[in-house]
Design a protein around this ligand. Structure first.
Ligand code: CA
Length: 226
């Protein structure tokens, strides 16, 4: 999952960005409203965390511009005060949810999870392909009931594949959603992560779920390709 964090206070931006990276999110940071608009033009985010108080253009000005441009990405707005009119203004501007500062990091993560949950393969908070189950709340991965330990990047990659079952995902798409802008797009890095993931989730089992689509990319599916 790739997230854009828009916050001018470096300390808070760093705190959010570091915490979300640890959770396996690919994070990019914008420090003012215009920068946020530029980011949304060049990259595809799965969710946006947008502070209301920003220089140049604030969050309430930026959100309707996103929406006018057709951006459907869920937006979680951070508001400084718990005033009803602030929350109403934020939601009316096109935000999907809000969180009042100061907030508990666990709540931020839970809300982001809720905003990105509407997925076809989701049953409750779990994603399932064949006997492989990924619980997006506990981040537990299991196959045939056996827990499988993954690094946070392997988890992020698997979650992205699981959110788009049976669909061919190009290396560009994977890079866009699992890595942030600092990623130098060496396709080799993606291939190495896929190989590691296969060793853990496919090698010990008869049915291989991660499939290579020659010249295109990767796909996770219970249907065996010929
Ligand atoms: Ca701010």
């Amino acid at each position: 999952m790739r997230v854009l964090v828009v916050e001018d206070e470096r300390r808070i931006a760093d705190f959010i960005s570091r915490g979300l990276s640890e959770q396996g999110y690919a994070v990019d940071v914008a420090y003012d409203g215009d920068e946020a608009l530029q980011w949304a033009d060049v990259a595809e985010f799965d969710v946006i965390v947008l502070d209301v108080m920003l220089p140049i253009r604030d969050g309430v000005e930026v959100t309707p511009i996103f929406r006018t441009r057709g951006l459907k990405t869920p937006i979680l707005m951070l508001t400084a005060r718990d005033a009803v009119e602030d929350r109403v203004r934020g939601l009316d501007s096109g935000a999907d949810d809000y969180l009042v500062k100061p907030f508990a990091f666990a709540e931020l993560v839970a809300r982001l999870r809720a905003l990105t949950r509407r997925e076809p393969a989701a049953v409750g908070t779990a994603l399932q392909v064949s006997d492989l189950i990924v619980d997006t709340t506990t981040r537990e991965v299991s196959r045939q009931g056996t827990l499988i330990g993954l690094t946070s990047k392997e988890y992020a990659l698997l979650e992205y594949l699981m959110r788009h079952p049976n669909q061919v995902l190009t290396r560009t798409m994977i890079a866009e959603h699992v890595w942030n802008y600092d990623f130098d797009n060496a396709t080799n890095v993606i291939d190495v992560h896929i190989r590691n993931l296969r060793r853990k989730i496919d090698d010990p089992f008869a049915t291989k779920l991660i499939q290579t689509v020659r010249g295109a990319g990767y796909r996770i599916s219970a249907r065996q390709s010929v």
